[in-house]
Design a protein around this ligand. Structure first.
Ligand SMILES: *[C@@H]1O[C@H](CO)[C@@H](O)[C@H](O)[C@H]1NC(C)=O
Ligand SMILES: *[C@@H]1O[C@H](CO)[C@@H](O)[C@H](O)[C@H]1NC(C)=O
Ligand SMILES: *[C@@H]1O[C@H](CO)[C@@H](O)[C@H](O)[C@H]1NC(C)=O
Ligand SMILES: *[C@@H]1O[C@H](CO)[C@@H](O)[C@H](O)[C@H]1NC(C)=O
Ligand SMILES: *[C@@H]1O[C@H](CO)[C@@H](O)[C@H](O)[C@H]1NC(C)=O
Ligand SMILES: *[C@@H]1O[C@H](CO)[C@@H](O)[C@H](O)[C@H]1NC(C)=O
Length: 577
């Protein structure tokens, strides 16, 4: 079937399949075919194995993506042009500087300030070799990701229709671009809802098999997300098995098969790092710790107290006895045991949804406070100093939820990174206190909202953060909207989050993708596209379709955003079309 592009459609720049869109980009309208002998040449002395693996993986995608163009006829009208198109023989990778060459895995876990993710890419349209250069293997990895997104398939011919391409410099606008499938914990975490006029947050932990974590890491790397925020334990389950504290998972995991062994953690951390992703592990405290009572009842106040909604934001109730010296010791030792197995410079101690009524009715906490001559806030400060001090001893930076700076009067290192989750409106207050922050606002970036209530015997209930956050809503987020120019440097980046009360491997992909890609672009590309125009959903939609269809080709079950009729006719399903 022949089909001609109506003039009005030619104006829609749907041919660019890149996500996130590079910060600088010049592209043509020529056809260029990938040679059947196409090769990627690594012009780097002693290339690290993970770089070679990334090259092999990219070569694999070029062969197996087999994505047809998302136009009527799926590219069949390109057949004629392809017979005369120039042929691209190879892509050469080079490093621009002479520093020692480190593996991607080593570059990916540096302090965010020291990560070098930028790259330069040139794809000539005349059959000369393409060149990708960067200052680090991590930058080369980002460039390979971009390179792999240009290609379509027609009857076994791999080609692009936007040659030549010149990306002078694509460096991320923000250093911290994350995704939090609270896995296993993805356990999940927090949900706030209103019950009897008290704010309630709910969470559930569910074990995700390592294969599902890896598939998620793959998809994250395809959109250049560089942090995996692993909220690995929560009130309901403790799947993390640590050699120093085997009893926590033995008694606290859902089952012996729903545990992350030390080998599992290493496998995930190594896999992530080789794909340019640092793992920020979180052990939430002092709240969201009820399950620790299964192995250490002595450390937990108001364990399974009823009604749970009085003592916790989610069932079951139970929090660390933060005023007890033995509990402080235990927690510091637990954080040390967990943090030392990860190469990341960051570790999250949580800190959301501390329930004061729980401590008010706990006789031991009251006795501990009396003995120490402290009030609860002072005891929380002691607890935080000790637990954050344990991380500092390992050279790690603590990450906390916003309540630790907005609701409590603590002495925190100015190095602490604060995640703003309750509302986007709270970022300004965190910045005003001069803390570095990561945007994780429930009103834009929570992926699980709008799917109904999971609490039983509440048939009229809704998710606490209704409505569902569409990709369009997430995509409107402006990281600097409420931040002064003088405080803009405090904004490290942002992340979308999936709390997993109602998800497991069966629906992980469909909840996360492609929506979680929206923040990936916001925080990589920044405020403007390469042509200087602001990020804007109408322009973005065809590119997001491309990403989604490519993800499906690669085995991630990302959901469709529109009927295919619309996908193949960009713009024709717009409300004013
Ligand atoms: C960044 O790297 C330099 C040079 O290796 C080092 O001196 C500095 O401490 C690093 N900065 C951070 C924040 O890690
Ligand atoms: C590589 O480093 C040089 C010197 O710092 C810098 O000018 C250049 O822009 C960097 N390239 C990329 C792609 O980040
Ligand atoms: C805390 O741990 C240290 C060393 O691990 C020990 O000397 C001290 O007695 C412990 N304190 C309490 C209250 O358990
Ligand atoms: C906060 O803590 C500091 C130091 O402990 C104390 O001086 C100050 O009064 C406290 N402020 C409030 C509002 O509790
Ligand atoms: C923390 O404070 C010290 C001393 O004022 C300063 O040198 C450092 O840059 C600050 N760190 C951050 C992350 O703001
Ligand atoms: C900025 O703050 C306003 C209210 O002050 C809030 O409605 C909005 O969502 C915030 N926007 C962002 C992007 O943080």
């Amino acid at each position: 079937m022949r089909w001609r592009i109506p003039v009005s459609l030619a104006l829609v720049p749907h041919a660019l399949a890149l996500w996130p869109i590079p910060r600088t980009l010049k592209a043509g309208t020529g056809f260029l075919v990938l040679s059947p002998q196409f090769s990627i040449n690594v012009n780097v002395a002693d290339p690290p194995q993970d770089l070679l693996d990334a090259v092999s993986e990219t070569e694999g995608f070029l062969k197996t993506d087999k994505l047809q163009r998302l136009v009527l006829g799926r590219g069949s009208s390109d057949a004629g042009a392809l017979t005369t198109a120039a042929v691209l023989p190879s892509l050469t990778l080079t490093l621009q500087n002479t520093l020692p060459v480190l593996p991607i895995s080593a570059e990916a876990v540096k302090d965010v300030a020291n990560r070098s993710e930028g790259y330069t890419l040139s794809i000539p349209g005349d059959g000369k070799a393409a060149v990708l250069s960067a200052n680090s293997t991590l930058g080369l990895f980002r460039g390979l990701t971009t390179f792999s997104q240009f290609w379509y398939d027609l009857n076994g011919v791999t080609y692009t229709n936007v040659a030549p391409v010149s990306i002078v410099k694509d460096i991320p606008a923000y250093v911290w671009r994350s995704f939090t499938p609270t896995e296993e914990g993805w356990c999940s975490q927090s949900y706030s809802r209103t019950v009897d006029s008290c704010l309630t947050l709910l969470a559930i932990c569910k074990s995700f098999p390592v294969a599902d974590v890896k598939r998620t890491l793959d998809a994250m790397s395809w959109v250049k997300i560089n942090m995996f925020h692993w909220h690995i334990v929560d009130s309901q389950s403790f799947p993390l098995s640590l050699p120093e504290f085997p009893e926590l998972a033995q008694k606290g995991a859902y089952s012996s098969s729903e545990v992350y062994s030390p080998a599992d953690v290493q496998e995930i951390v190594s896999y992530a790092a080789a794909h340019g992703i640092d793992v920020l592990m979180e052990i939430d405290s002092p709240g969201h710790t009820a399950i620790i009572a299964e192995s250490h009842p002595e450390y937990i106040a108001c364990s399974q107290a009823s009604p749970w909604s009085t003592f916790a934001n989610e069932p079951p109730a139970g929090q660390l006895r933060l005023a007890s010296p033995a509990t402080v010791n235990f927690t510091a030792a637990l954080f040390t045991a967990a943090a030392r197995v990860l190469p990341s410079k960051y570790f999250s101690t949580g800190g959301d949804e501390l329930n004061t009524q729980c401590y008010a009715q706990d006789a031991q906490t009251q006795a501990d406070l009396k003995k120490a001559g402290k009030n609860l806030e002072q005891a929380l400060n002691t607890f935080t100093q000790a637990t954050h001090g344990a991380l500092a001893n390992l050279g790690k930076t603590a990450v906390v939820w916003e309540e630790m700076v907005l609701e409590h009067n603590l002495t925190l290192s100015n190095n602490t990174v604060v995640m703003v989750w309750i509302s986007s409106e709270n970022a300004a207050a965190v910045a005003a206190k001069n803390f570095r922050l990561v945007h994780a606002p429930s009103d834009y970036f929570y992926l699980d909202c709008g799917a109904g209530e999971w609490i039983g015997k509440d048939p009229e209930g809704n998710s606490w953060c209704d409505p569902f956050k569409t990709w369009q809503k997430s995509y409107t987020f402006n990281p600097l909207a409420n931040i002064s120019a003088a405080q803009a440097h405090l904004v490290l980046g942002g992340q979308q989050l999936l709390w997993t009360e109602q998800s497991d491997p069966q629906n992980l992909d469909s909840i996360a993708w492609p929506r979680a890609a929206t923040s990936a672009e916001i925080f990589w590309t920044g405020a403007t596209r390469p042509d200087g125009a602001p990020l804007e959903g109408t322009e973005a939609l065809p590119r997001l379709h491309e990403l989604r269809y490519r993800m499906v080709q690669r085995g991630v079950r990302a959901i469709p955003l529109q009927p295919q009729w619309c996908v193949l006719r960009p713009g024709l399903c717009n409300i004013d079309s």
